[in-house]
Design a protein around this ligand. Structure first.
Ligand code: RIB
Ligand code: CA
Length: 317
């Protein structure tokens, strides 16, 4: 058996984050060392609680550490009545997290960034970070622990876009939450795969896919089916199409099978000063002005993406 890839998942634990965590934990290819949380879809406390609840549902013993509750600079976006609450539900889990039992599993006391550092130091091989939320924790890790750079194999991130936004006209939600942190990470020189909206908008489930998960996935499949209903309705209100776009499973799916994506080397900078384009991940596909710093995903094989989730849910039947 090949060596498992050690990963740390950094998440703001909304609906699509929960799919990504389930996909990662169902695979023998990945060794999930720990989960770190931050604000984003919900506040950091709720994200931490959601992560623990999902782990208990999946019956997996992975430790969770709470991290940033706001961006490196400036003000945090509000949560109630925000786009996050509208899409992910008030609890971040499609308003269905309330039905899960109160967790007995306890979060670790260490702050997320220190916990990441501890996990990276302990591991014999280089660690991959899977980033599913604002990049605040990861940027802080890079700044606070420069000596650990060589111990990080790379970052597989959901965030950004080459051509458009979803929270602002030119800004994707995880970058809008903390543009400065995103810029620190993207310019860090670490190996980065940026799964932006061009690829992740193609990573969707339709009603039949969810029915399949419910049929084959036991109580886990049933919970995920229920959790995704309000999420689909919110997306339908915004886009006119009834589908569940599962952005955050894309970096995890790529780690499990890179052929799920087509990515190209580009130079990406985060616009920090634009009056209308702050948080835009300005993507130079021809690298006219600078060398490539990021692999940017543009295409996704949806059939393979769905099949990977079916295989994952089968483990819970
Ligand atoms: O833009 C999609 C991203 O924003 C995902 O990480 C999702 O969970 C939301 O936070
Ligand atoms: Ca997320």
């Amino acid at each position: 058996m090949t060596n498992r890839i050690p990963v740390i998942i950094d998440t703001d634990m909304g609906v699509d984050d929960a799919y990504s965590v389930m996909l990662a934990l169902s695979s023998s290819q990945l060794k999930v060392l720990g989960i770190t949380t931050s604000y984003g879809n919900v506040d950091a406390e709720a994200a931490t609680l959601n992560a623990i609840k999902i782990l208990e549902l999946l019956e997996k013993r992975v430790r969770v550490a709470k991290g940033a509750s706001g961006p490196l600079f400036g003000k945090m976006r509000k949560y109630s009545n925000s786009r996050g609450a509208f899409i992910h539900g008030k609890d971040g889990l499609g308003n269905k997290g309330y039905s899960l039992s109160e967790p007995v599993h306890i979060e670790v006391e260490t702050d997320a960034v220190d916990y990441m550092a501890e996990l990276i130091k302990k591991e014999d091989t280089k660690v991959t970070i899977v980033s599913l939320g604002p990049l605040t924790n990861i940027a802080t890790l890079i700044i606070s622990y420069p000596e650990l750079r060589s111990r990080i194999d790379g970052i597989a991130m959901m965030g950004g876009s080459a051509y458009s936004g979803n929270t602002l006209p030119a800004g994707e939600s995880n970058i809008v939450a903390d543009p400065e942190a995103a810029q620190i990470v993207l310019q860090s020189g670490l190996r980065i795969v940026m799964c932006g909206l061009e690829a992740t908008e193609k990573a969707y489930f339709i009603k039949d896919d969810l029915e399949m998960f419910r049929l084959i996935g036991g109580s886990v499949g049933r919970f995920y089916y229920d959790m995704t209903q309000d999420y689909m309705s919110a997306i339908e209100k915004l886009s006119g199409e009834r589908k569940a776009v599962i952005h955050d499973s894309v970096p995890t799916a790529w780690l499990l099978n890179p052929s799920v994506l087509k990515a190209r080397a580009c130079h990406v900078e985060v616009d920090l000063n634009g009056q209308y384009t702050r948080a835009c991940t300005v993507t130079d596909e021809i690298c006219a002005e600078a060398k490539p710093n990021v692999m940017v995903a543009f295409e996704l094989d949806r059939d393979l993406f769905v099949r990977m989730h079916i295989e994952a849910f089968k483990q819970y039947r």
